[in-house]
Design a protein around this ligand. Sequence first.
Ligand code: SF4
Ligand code: SF4
Length: 411
Amino acid sequence: MTPLIADEVHVESPEAAVAPPSVRLDPDLLSDIKRFGAADVSACFSCGNCTAICPLSDGDGTFPRRMIRYAQLGMKDALISSKELWSCYHCGTCSDSCPTQADPAGFMAAARRYAIASYDRTRLARTLSTRAVLGTIIALALAAFFALFMYASHGVERASRLALFDFIPERLIHLTGVVVMSLVALAALVGVASMVAGIARREGVRFRDVLGGPGAWGRSLRALWLALGIEALGQRRYRNDCGEAAEAEPLYRRRWLIHALTLWGFLGLFLATILDYGLALIGVKATGTPVPIWYPVRLLGTVAGAAMVYGATLLIWNRLRRANVTASQSQFSDWLLLALVWVTGVTGFAIEVALYLPHPPTWGYWVFLVHVAVAIELVLLLPFTKLAHAIYRPVALFFHALAGTRTAESN
Ligand code: SF4
Ligand code: SF4
């Protein structure tokens, strides 16, 4: 069997662990990760069943059990900067084969939550993942704050047509969006910089080596295509390698498609919002001007919204089904993200229906208020909920690919 952590710590058992002086050990790591939803993995004896059955396990034969070993040994830096953390798609296959009920799939999901919380300097991600009551209060308070903030500047409710931006000023939404996006960008940048520094240390490369020198452009483009094009947007390994486990499911219920539709829908709505503002900026159409349903930006928003609501509904349904089987699969932050995505999508559709009704209903204004408040909260919490993996996963895979190529070139 391939020895675990042979290059970092030479051990056959956790008790016999002897760490090199450069490795910082955290004795509380295992218990801390448990708070993020992991089962008790202390009984894992590296039998390798999970490795043998994992459809994404590669040639070295240590994925995913190496991650559990890191946690047992307290090797926090190695765990949160590892590529394997972001290679797992949580298909759950490995957990079924574990003789000690260590639930390796649940462990990997918990370790990702733990990594995101470790990179977050505000500790909000940790609170949302580990303290459900306080997290609920924060989530409700934020939604109430944004709703009241918008409502404080409300204008007229027209009876003849649904004039949404007469009710909530478009400029107020725009400026709030800019402030929120700036905060999100700052929080995400700090977290990502911290992760990238950890990866560089782990891989033993310097930034100027991977981002400079001969061939840097080609290297970077290849890594970008692999991380963003093939993995994040194309979901190739999820689609192909994890497909075996999903073969029994019809296409419309396959996990990779549900996940992809939610992601593509979210990105499509984001793009439609930016395009709408862009068209207003160049004077083609003022924001909020009535347009037919087939107007390209409206059509993009409708299709993307449908994809997102479909994906989020099935993700919620699947989690509810799995909740009967194991309690370690979902944390509060996972539910919060799904709830925010679902409410944003459904209220968006309700507004669209209201806009095209022959007699515009006044409830359209109130649904619009809820939609704006929840959508702003969703964006604000992006770096602190499970949605943060949409940033961390491609960046981690990009830098690991880049560092790997550079190391191979210099050998
Ligand atoms: S199958 Fe279970 S006991 Fe065996 S290595 Fe994986 S997590 Fe550990
Ligand atoms: S959850 Fe699936 S992808 Fe992740 S380690 Fe287990 S078998 Fe592999």
